[in-house]
Design a protein. Sequence first.
Length: 127
Amino acid sequence: MNTVLFQFVTFDDDEDSTEAATHRLHRELHQLDGVRSVRPAESVTVAPDGARAGEVAELGTLLAALAAHAGLVAGVLRAVGDWQRRRGRGRVEVRIGEDELVLDSATADEQRRLIEVFVDRVLPPER
């Protein structure tokens, strides 16, 4: 089975709490079936588009590899969305190739719908 590479980028204004939270996400992703690897990425601190100076910064980047199965990809994205909602702050950008999903203040139902559309776009069903 093919492998999908994810890049998870965490943006926040509190470096200490984000670093600890990113470590928790790292452990949670490792516990999911089908996740082949998770590792911190070398990262340059940058503000996301539209951010004011000093507002938020890229504080953690993880790279993950997992089987290219739509159900597994959706499950990993739901886990990341749950993690972000538990934090109650900041945002996470998920990139697969050129495609990007932003998880921030969306409700669980909104995140579920966004994840479905994203997974259908990056892993279209075979016809």
